[in-house]
Design a protein. Structure first.
Length: 116
């Protein structure tokens, strides 16, 4: 499975960005798609996930500001990021999980920089 992420960039605090991640090459249904992020010197952390049955999960730090959505027909997941803060600065990684047969896949990462 290949994951192609796009949409990162530089934005001022309070601004918005939209990330996209398209999955290709999967013979099986992708059960979970989502976003993680890794700031310099920090561990990778969950941002948001979206399952194939429509349930979502968000980290507390982004609740109310970020919205994850998914187009199952296109195997694409989006992350709308509003009210961005400097602490949101990180490399954002797209993630996909197939439960059977099990597979866990990562995209190449896209940099989001929020200036104060």
């Amino acid at each position: 499975v290949q994951l192609q992420a796009s949409g990162g960039g530089l934005v001022q605090a309070g601004g918005s960005l939209r990330l996209s991640c398209a999955a290709s090459g999967s013979r099986f249904s992708i059960n979970v798609m989502g976003w993680y992020r890794q700031a310099p010197g920090m561990e990778r952390e969950l941002v948001a996930t979206f399952t194939s049955v429509g349930s979502t999960e968000y980290s507390d730090s982004v609740k109310g500001r970020f919205t994850i959505s998914r187009d199952n027909a296109k195997n694409t997941v989006y992350l709308q990021m509003n009210s961005l803060k400097p602490e949101d600065t990180a490399v954002y990684y797209c993630n996909a999980v197939i439960l059977f047969p099990y597979g866990h896949y990562w995209g190449q990462g896209t940099l989001v920089t929020v200036s104060s």
